[in-house]
Design a protein around this ligand. Structure first.
Ligand code: TXA
Ligand code: MG
Length: 324
């Protein structure tokens, strides 16, 4: 159900959930200070309760309301990238809802760079917690129609057009000792963060040797099988292998659909061809996967981009989407 900005604000103030546009993906928003409203996010998404939510604020000046520490490095990152597709994980003030934090001692904050999201936050005076507006483990939505297809018509949706970043924000944790760690890659790259932070991220500690005494930040809810279409999906490092796999399927009378990156030979089936540029692929990735999934073929075959730094976020999402 599409709603106006005023209706969206009224619903949020009543303690209801509303799907809102951001520049990354659509979020399923609720008042970040209302536990009953926040719980509706989890029930609507069928999401496990220990997965923390990102709080969306309208301005960097609001950070102090949520955190006990705003280290200089984090201030610099916020100044450089907000409003934008960067989420900062910082030590939470004790009053911050445990539902938002998923019982973590930290809270994730972001100022989204979408005019409607910013208008909603400013006009309502609310901060909203919003995970992606899809069912748990399914593809994130980048249009209002994706939200409706995934969550049903009963959910109020503020239609802000297609998201132009297209994949979820980069998540960076900053600890009071001034160190940082990349918790989820996104279109703001590790190299861009290093440039502003002035130092590399804290060396990752292998989870196998992780113990309770180490203060290693973590991103709960980063499941291997995330962002998945319903159709089984296979990933291919090169076009030749993909074409061969397509032939094998067709010889067995199985239907397939294909996602290609860049020009070149295409197989004789439904093909979506994305331009060979990381920003363009990110912007169109979920839309393409939603469209291919809707074909209800036996298998989706997806060509992987090269494993270079500029493709890190796209590769991360594709790898999580891929399953046999
Ligand atoms: O671009 C985005 O970030 C979108 C839009 C709507 O803003 N939101 C989004 O939310 O991707 P979601 O729920 O799908 O992902 C949030 C992730 C969690 O799964 C978790 O990994 C991390 O953010 N996170 C949130 N709070 C955290 C915390 N306190 N500590 C560590 N990780 C946290
Ligand atoms: Mg999500």
């Amino acid at each position: 159900m599409r709603v106006s900005l005023e209706q969206a604000i009224a619903e949020l103030k009543k303690g209801e959930v509303v799907a809102i546009p951001t520049e990354t993906v659509y979020g399923l928003a609720a008042d970040a200070t209302n536990d009953a409203a926040l719980k509706k996010i989890f029930t609507t998404k069928q999401r496990p309760a220990d997965h923390p939510l990102i709080v969306h604020i309208s301005d960097i000046r609001e950070v102090k309301d949520w955190v006990t520490d705003f280290p200089e490095l984090a201030v610099n990152l916020a100044k450089a990238f907000w409003p934008g597709a960067l989420t900062l994980v910082l030590p939470a003030k004790p009053h911050v809802s445990r539902v938002v934090r998923g019982d973590e001692p930290t809270v994730a904050l972001r100022v989204p760079n979408h005019p409607m999201a910013l208008a909603l936050l400013k006009q309502s005076g609310l901060s909203v917690a919003a995970p992606s507006a899809n069912l748990f483990t399914q593809l994130s939505p980048t249009t209002a129609a994706h939200v409706e297809a995934g969550l049903g018509d009963a959910i109020p949706v503020l239609d802000g057009g297609a998201c132009n970043v297209g994949i979820e924000s980069t998540i960076v944790s900053v600890t009071p000792d001034g160190q940082w760690q990349l918790l989820r890659p996104g279109m703001i790259s590790e190299a861009e963060i290093v440039k502003i932070a002035g130092m590399p991220q804290r060396v990752k500690i292998d989870s196998a040797v992780h113990n309770e005494t180490q203060v290693t930040p973590k991103a709960p809810g980063q499941h291997a099988l995330h962002y998945s279409p319903r159709t089984p999906l296979s990933l291919y490092q090169d076009r030749t292998a993909l074409l061969a796999a397509c032939n094998v399927l067709q010889n067995k009378n199985k239907s397939c659909a294909v996602l290609l990156i860049g020009a070149g030979v295409a197989p004789d089936c439904k093909v979506i061809n994305l331009p060979n540029q990381p920003e363009k692929v990110a912007e169109q990735l979920y839309s393409a996967l939603h469209a291919l999934d809707a074909l209800k073929v036996d298998r989706l075959l997806v060509e992987l981009p090269p494993a270079s730094a500029e493709w890190m976020a796209v590769l991360d999402r594709l790898t999580r989407a891929g399953h046999q």
